[in-house]
Write a protein that binds this ligand. Structure first.
Ligand SMILES: [Zn+2]
Length: 308
């Protein structure tokens, strides 16, 4: 958040052009390098789509510069896997059946020594989610360098490897309109490559901005297995991994209202967990800190579930 997000890990590696789609997003401000927020990425894409490739500046991660044509916001009943898990639930506090993050075991860092943390789970003005109106970055960003290995943080089963990952991210409804619009504009290839793993403890782990996935849907992985390579797919101006932990039966958090309005996101998403609640900076394999990018003293924490 703020100035600290200007730190980035620009690597001396040439930009790739993905085979699966044109790079339509203009390179943007340094903040976006460590933003890493996959869904912000998609929101940026929608804005780009609205006004034509190459014409949008995200202005330090603020993506609502232009009025994007807004269509029907009504969310239909769920149809995807996420909807199956959530459609019968109203957004309300749920104790669920899962253990609290501090009780979970078996987590290890998705990158090893040599990695650096470029952004924490922390308050951020341009965050994708909000708690009581205050926006935050809902994952932890780290980098070892473009093409470096990314490891499963926990054992589990691969739910998804690729770009159409949203159904596995705990949204309160489908993202059909979101995807339909990207497909219409042939911009799916500009979404990040994401691996989502069911950690089989009620939580999902998502690994975002990969240059390549090394696993496929249905694969069983153990903690420490290579699941992909660090990249900068999606809205990212430097290679890094955005690691996101989702409590799938947890309470609801609110999606930033501008994104609901402009980019057709469902209004709620299952609780995002600060990865530092399952991973320790004191672990000998923990990534290094960068001066000025410090763990937040008061990280975002949901006190009560968002209500519709
Ligand atoms: Zn991130």
């Amino acid at each position: 958040m703020g100035p600290r997000t200007t730190r980035r890990s620009r690597q001396a590696v040439p930009r790739r052009t993905t085979a699966s789609g044109p790079r339509t997003l203009p390179r943007i401000s340094p903040q976006a390098a460590v933003l890493g927020t996959l869904v912000l990425a998609a929101a940026g894409l929608l804005l780009a789509a609205a006004s034509g490739p190459g014409t949008v500046e995200l202005d330090g991660g603020r993506y609502a510069r232009n009025g994007v044509p807004i269509g029907d916001q009504a969310l239909r009943g769920g149809t995807g896997p996420t909807a199956l898990r959530t459609s019968s639930a109203t957004p309300e506090a749920s104790a669920g059946g899962t253990l609290d993050p501090e009780e979970l075991t078996g987590y290890r860092w998705p990158q090893r020594r040599g990695a650096r943390i470029t952004s924490f789970f922390d308050w951020r003005d341009e965050g994708f989610l909000a708690i009581e109106g205050r926006r935050f970055h809902e994952g932890l960003d780290m980098t070892t360098g473009c093409g470096s290995e990314v490891f499963a943080a926990h054992s589990g089963v691969v739910l998804h490897a690729g770009r159409r990952f949203a159904p596995f991210m705990g949204f309160s409804g489908p993202l059909d309109r979101f995807y339909a619009r990207l497909e219409r504009r042939e911009m799916m290839g500009a979404l990040p490559i994401v691996v989502v793993i069911d950690d089989e403890n009620g939580y999902h782990s998502a690994y975002v901005h990969l240059s390549e996935a090394k696993v496929e849907r249905g694969d069983r992985v153990r903690a420490g297995d290579v699941i992909g390579l660090e990249g900068d797919t999606g809205n990212s101006t430097g290679c890094h991994v955005h690691y996101e932990l989702i409590r799938m039966d947890g309470p609801w958090m609110t999606v930033t209202k501008e994104l609901v309005r402009d980019a057709f996101y469902p209004p709620f998403v299952r609780e995002r967990i600060d990865p530092l609640r399952v991973l320790s900076l004191k672990d000998r394999n923990a990534p290094a800190l960068i001066p000025g990018v410090d763990p937040p003293k008061n990280p975002p924490r949901l006190r009560r579930s968002a209500q519709p």
